[in-house]
Design a protein around this ligand. Structure first.
Ligand SMILES: NC(=O)CCC(=O)C(=O)O
Length: 269
């Protein structure tokens, strides 16, 4: 499977509409890839909280339309990153879109773990409740997660339990915590014996410099490719059969012990 991660720059001197056109052109340039990935909330920037409301769109809104056309022209599966979705309940959600080469909406995923503690996304957006996998015919099963989700291993385990072999993580991760990004991407790959494709943004928006450094990790935890800090397309050929080989040769996933008792508190002294 050839995967291309588009680490697009999100800067405030570019309008949402201009960036959408640029992203569509970048997707078209990836013809020949099997899977193309864009980052989290790349229309506004993940930290541009004040922009979410004005840029919010329905699931099949302008970003879906533009990306469906681009995926169709390129003949690729497209994880179009996430958009600020205005749900039919009127709430905002951080929603990822996965499109087939014919432009159909193959899957959507509302980010489960919202970032910001008691500020920003955590208060402005609703939380998703459902982990999502999507089958890419003739190749593999993708498990999807978004940015801050990377810190919650139980979500990834549920994706693996549902058959995921390639974990796709669009993000808008800040430079300030870049060491966590790399470490967590590798940890999720090793513990789940799966590929991790983690696609971040470049540039600076809302005063938050972005880490870039999109990364592709194999099921053994080896880094197959890593981007720099600027706008870049990272293209990697994945030997997807390596997932089954790794799980067979080092069957740690089979040694899981489920349904543990609650921790017993030892009496001190
Ligand atoms: N957009 C995000 O989810 C940011 C996550 C983040 O900055 C962190 O986990 O650290």
């Amino acid at each position: 499977m050839r995967a291309s991660l588009i680490q697009i720059a999100v800067n405030e001197d570019e309008t949402v509409e201009a960036r959408r056109l640029r992203a569509a052109a970048l997707v078209r340039e990836q013809a020949g890839a099997d899977l193309v990935v864009l980052p989290e909330l790349w229309t506004t920037g993940a930290f541009a909280f004040e922009a979410f409301d004005a840029a919010a769109e329905p699931l099949r809104g302008p970003t879906y339309e533009a990306m469906a056309e681009a995926a169709g022209d390129a003949g690729v599966w497209l994880h179009a990153g996430s958009v600020p979705e205005r749900g039919t309940d009127g709430r905002l959600y951080n929603t990822s879109l996965v499109l087939s080469p014919s432009g159909d909406l193959a899957a959507s995923y509302r980010k489960i773990h919202r970032f910001g503690f008691d500020k920003g996304e955590a208060v402005l957006m609703g939380a998703g409740r459902e982990p999502v996998t999507v089958r890419v015919p003739d190749t593999t099963t993708l498990g999807v997660a978004t940015c801050y989700d990377l810190r919650f291993p139980e979500l990834f385990r549920s994706l693996v339990d549902a058959g995921a072999e390639v974990l796709v993580v669009p993000a808008g991760w800040p430079e300030r915590r870049r060491s966590h990004w790399t470490l967590l991407a590798r940890a999720r790959a090793v513990e789940n014996q799966a590929f991790v494709l983690a696609c971040g943004t470049a540039g600076t928006h809302a005063g938050v410099p972005q880490a870039g450094h999109s990364i592709v990790v194999d099921p053994w935890g080896e880094v197959l490719a890593e981007a720099g800090a600027g706008e870049e397309v990272l293209t990697v050929d994945l030997d997807t059969a390596k997932v089954a080989r790794t799980r067979e040769q080092f069957p740690a996933l089979k040694d899981r012990v489920l349904g543990l008792e609650p921790p017993r508190q030892q009496r001190e002294g």
